[in-house]
Each structure stands twice: as C-alpha cells, then as structure tokens.
Design a protein around this ligand. Structure first.
Ligand code: PLP
Length: 383
C-alpha cells in the first residue's frame, strides 16, 4: 500500500467520464432533478448518501469528504462551514438537556464559550479538567456525562492529554470522545485509531493552508453516528460552497510536504529559543523539555508549526515591543498557512500574564530565527 502522502496526490476522481484531468471538478448546485414523483417523494431517504439537494453535497463535496476520510485512516466525513461549526455539530448531535460534558481546561476558547453559553442555556452542564487528569480520569465522570472533548496539544498553551487513556475511561463509562486534532492533523496523529469517536479538524488551518478559506470537518467510523451527524448538519443548515471545497482539495496534495517543513522549522526555532534569557517558558511538545513530551513521543508521528512562550518581563508593554520589532511574523489570528504569524493572548490564573503564540511558516527557518532573536534581544532586560 502506498503512503498517505502519495495518496493525497491522487486526483479525487469526480470528473465526467473521458475527462482525465489532474484537477478537480467544481460543481455548483442548489436544485437536483428527479426522474419521477416516487423518487422525489423519497428524496429524504437519499439525503446523506447521494444527491438530493445542493445542501446535501455535490460531487465536489463528496470528493473532499472522501479524501479527508482517507486521511483519517477510514470512516466518513461531514463538512461544515468552520472549525467551530465542527465543534458545535458534534455537541448538537450528541447532547441533550441534562447531559454533562468534560472539556480540557486549555481547550480552544470558543469551544468552552459555546459549551458554557449556548449549550448551557439548553440544559447541558460542563466541567473542565486539567492536564494532570491522566490516570485519575475515571473520577471526573458523572452519571450523565455523555461527551468528553480532547484537544492535544491545546492550540494556545500546547498542553498534551493522554488521549488513549481518556478514551478508555470514557468507553468504560459509556461516554463518547471527540478530539480537536487541528494541531497535528491526521498525518501526525490519527484520533480514530486511539479510541476517539469523532475526529474534528479546522480545515481553515493546515488543510486550507493559504489563509483564504474557512471550513471544518468531522469524521467518524460509526455509520450510524455519521448519519446522525449528516441529519444534524441538515437541520442546522450547515453548508459549505463548492468553491471552498475546491480550495481545500487544492491544499491536500501539498499537506504532507508543508507540514514536514512547518515541523522542521518550528523544531529548529524552539531548540534555539530554549533557555533564552528573555523567556520565562516555552511550550512545544516535540521539545524534550516540554512537560507533554513523553505523551507526544509515545502517540504522535510528527508535529506542526505552532508553538508559544511567555516573557520574563511581564506586562503588555514587553509583548507590544516584541511584536513591533518582529519583521517576518505579522500579527493576526488563525494559523496553519504558508506565512508565519504571531498572536498574543492573556493567560488565565494561576499563570496570568501574556502568551505569545508563533505560527512558523514556510519562510527560510534561519531568516525566521534571526528575526526572533533580534526582536528578543531588543527587549529591555527583566527588572
Ligand atoms: C482555529 C481553530 C478552530 C476553529 O476553526 P475556525 O475555522 O476558525 O472556526 C478550532 N479549533 C482549533 C484548535 C483551532 O485552532
């Protein structure tokens, strides 16, 4: 069998017979026609498996969904309008009033916000767990715990979790597990091979890879859960356009190559920044000194370009000075695309202060490192 890096280069095969192009077909449709009244009246039964209305997908949508399922190591994929919509789709599908959800304390902020506010309003309760909760995970469950979220490493502070142990505890309790796997992508970690029920990705990040697309994906290997996700997405009116699917398909052939470079450059930069006198902490699980390194080493095949640190000089002024001094890291949200970026986030207690997050892009790694070192050196030294 060829490797997934090779498979991602194979055309998605959604072209009319005889048109053997290497590029994908882009089909636009709202209306799909039916040959007779019987099949028209039966269209609901066909939703989710075939073509019944544009919202249920065109050949472009199915081409992308099939490729993503292959990337996840098997299963079926539902496409949604953003990474956050992938989170809300899983929760909307699985949770009912009275249910309880567990989330990692370091989870992507909007995932916690939507669980607390919207799902809270609808009668769902949630608790957060810390990264210390490995072996002791079983005690966190309540009788109505239905869903456990994982996100490793977390996308700001890069804390790791013991995903296989959490999945085993959830299984024993009868709860489902969802993982936000945006950081590693399935090329670095395949959640569904480690007991996770729903693998989600913000395709906005590495799959898109060019800062011009918003999309999310949920993949599961359980056909009934796939159908339930499809039904829920239809009820919510979650739809992605064929043009956006084309952009995501276009990202796939270079995904493995891009990630290899993001990872190699980020590791080089992290190693060079380790022990830098201006830094108070550095967060990147592929570094041997990172508290999550052993879990990363055990479970992950590779890493990616996102890392973060805090400065010894506390306070916003030092962070502002650093960002202003950087020339190759423009300030902006999102990550996973070809360009390097810097972002800044307030840390919650007990470690309050400011976190600086870097996305290491495809620029020359030595140029990036020189830029970081000159910006750090220009900072006034800690009091
Ligand atoms: C960006 C991000 C999301 C949300 O993706 P959007 O497409 O921006 O909604 C979800 N999870 C993680 C870890 C992310 O970094």
């Amino acid at each position: 069998m060829t490797s997934i890096a090779t498979e991602l280069l194979q055309p998605a095969g959604n072209l009319p017979p005889g048109f053997a192009s290497l590029s994908q077909g882009v089909f636009h449709a709202s209306t799909i026609l039916f040959p007779d009244v019987a099949s028209f009246l039966d269209r609901q039964a066909q939703a989710g498996s075939g073509y019944s209305y544009g919202q249920n997908g065109t050949p472009t949508h199915y081409a992308l969904a099939d490729k993503l399922a292959q990337l996840e190591g098997g299963g079926q994929t539902v496409l949604v309008p953003s990474g956050l919509a992938a989170v809300t789709l899983v929760s909307s599908c699985v949770l009912s009033a009275g249910d309880h959800v567990l989330l990692p304390a370091a989870v992507y902020g909007p995932t916690l916000d939507v669980t607390r506010t919207l799902f809270g309003k609808w009668g769902v309760r949630c608790s957060v767990y810390g990264d210390e909760a490995g072996a002791d995970f079983a005690r966190l469950f309540e009788p109505r715990t239905r869903l456990v979220w994982t996100e490793a490493p977390a996308s700001n502070t890069l804390e790791m979790q013991d995903v296989p142990a959490i999945a085993a505890a959830a299984r024993a309790h009868g709860a489902l597990v969802a993982m936000d796997n945006t950081w590693a992508t399935p090329l670095g970690f395949r959640p569904l091979d480690h007991g996770v029920d729903f693998s989600i990705q913000a395709l906005t990040k590495y799959v898109g890879g060019h800062s011009d697309l918003l999309m999310g994906a949920v993949t599961t290997r359980d056909p009934q859960r796939y159908q339930a996700l499809r039904d829920t997405a239809e009820l919510l009116g979650y739809y992605v356009s064929s043009d956006e699917c084309f952009l995501a398909l276009r990202g796939l052939p270079t995904l493995a190559l891009r990630l290899e470079r993001h990872f190699a450059s980020a590791l080089k930069i992290a190693r060079a920044l380790e022990g830098h006198p201006a830094l108070a902490s550095l967060h990147y699980p592929p570094l041997a000194s990172d508290p999550g390194h052993a879990l990363w080493q055990r479970d992950f095949k590779s890493g990616s370009g996102l890392l973060s640190f805090t400065l010894r000089r506390r306070g916003l002024a030092a962070v502002e000075a650093l960002v202003a001094a950087l020339r190759l890291f423009p300030l902006g949200n999102s990550w996973g695309a070809v360009h390097s970026l810097v972002a800044v986030a307030p840390l919650r207690a007990p470690r309050d202060g400011w976190l600086v997050r870097l996305h290491v892009g495809l620029e020359d790694a030595d140029d990036l490192l020189q830029d970081l070192l000159q910006a750090l050196t220009a900072l006034p030294s800690p009091p």
